[in-house]
Design a protein around this ligand. Structure first.
Ligand code: GN1
Ligand code: MG
Length: 346
């Protein structure tokens, strides 16, 4: 750690405390005499070319600075030799962010105001970048939210993964295979010119929004998966993670419920910023967005379970299975609201 701190010009006696909310990268808060920072190690199994992430962040930062001077965008701090990334062989890639004073993150969405404001922030980000040429962005994880690709990985894991686990989970597999019409709908979207590729965050969970002490959202963070994408990714992941009062790690399925007012808050908040950007066809896909992301996450967790947990960090043996069941139940609960939610047109 001292090598990393030194590379960024920070005192070697800085206090480094782990922050444990993500399940891909590792994150620490650094308290030093020079100030407070967020330090992160990029998981380079997942992000094969960390330079691509920083190419994207730099391009976006420059565009926002030029066109929206007052937009708060926490760009990474350069190391002493002027780079965003410090590579320590056999350890990985590290980068440093400013810690924005007076802000905090939350892990669970407690009220609809938080949901509205988060959706507004993610919508504003994409809307501000409406004039940015998405083709300039590098793809940091190929096929990241490509549901056809995720479905193929799922089928592969059933065929070639841990046979015992696959056998035991046959009924869960059947439940998910029955929903493969969601994959066909995604394929139709990719062929539909009414769907636009925009600058998309791709990880809109609530802990990627900074709030101030008055409970107002201040800015968004974690731009690793910033890539060209469809709006259903960002809206869908908010729904996946804000509609329910418990997280994907909850084992007690009786706690998995849908809070309708949070759905309306997300749509309102996102729409406030994106109404002039979205096409008429896209506007009819808010409900699908939720189905799409919850389904994709269910099959991604189950795929990883069948592949002996190589991708997601797990805290106990069946953790990925618990997560896959949780997301499948969440999708069932969501479907109970299909009519009402689809009626909510703006
Ligand atoms: C991963 O590590 P975290 O929480 O930022 C994953 C997301 C999943 C999420 C599920 C790069 O994100 O796609 O939705 O876990 N990110 C990557 O908790 O795979
Ligand atoms: Mg992330």
């Amino acid at each position: 750690m001292i090598t990393v701190l030194t590379a960024f010009g920070l005192p070697s006696d800085s206090v480094v405390e782990p922050i444990t909310s993500g399940i891909i990268n590792s994150t620490w808060k650094v308290k030093s005499t020079k100030g407070n920072y967020i330090l992160q190690r990029i998981n380079d199994h997942v992000f094969a070319s960390p330079e691509n992430i920083h190419h994207n962040i730099a391009a976006i930062a420059q565009y926002l600075k030029k066109n929206f001077q007052h937009y708060l965008f926490p760009a990474p701090i350069l190391s002493l030799d002027g780079s965003e990334l410090v590579h320590i062989p056999s350890k990985g890639y590290y980068r440093l962010f400013p810690f924005i004073a007076g802000t905090h993150t939350i892990n669970v969405v407690e009220d609809t105001k938080q949901a509205f404001e988060a959706a507004e922030q993610f919508g504003r980000f994409t809307a501000h970048l409406g004039g940015f040429n998405v083709a300039e962005l590098k793809v940091t994880i190929p096929h990241f939210h490509d549901l056809s690709f995720r479905y193929k990985q799922f089928v592969d894991s059933i065929q070639h993964g841990n046979a015992e686990r696959v056998k035991e989970e046959q009924s869960l597999i059947n439940r998910l295979v029955k929903l493969d019409y969601l994959v066909k709908q995604y394929e139709a979207i990719t062929q539909n010119p009414a769907f636009k590729k925009r600058v998309t965050h791709h990880d809109t969970k609530i802990s990627n929004v900074l709030f101030n002490n008055d409970n107002n959202a201040v800015c968004i963070i974690d731009l690793d998966t910033l890539m060209p994408g469809y709006f259903i990714s960002d809206v869908g992941d908010m729904m996946r993670t804000y509609l329910c009062p418990v997280s994907e790690n909850e084992e007690d399925i009786s706690k998995i419920i849908i809070r309708p007012s949070f759905y309306y808050a997300i749509v309102d908040g996102y729409y406030k910023e994106m109404k002039n950007e979205l096409t008429a066809v896209e506007k009819t896909y808010f409900f699908y967005a939720a189905q799409f992301m919850i389904y994709m996450q269910a099959i991604r967790f189950l795929t990883d379970y069948f592949n002996n947990d190589q991708y997601y960090q797990i805290l106990y043996k069946n953790h990925n299975l618990v997560r896959a069941i949780n997301q499948t139940v969440l999708l069932d609960r969501l479907m109970e609201h299909e009519l009402a939610f689809k009626k909510f047109v703006l």
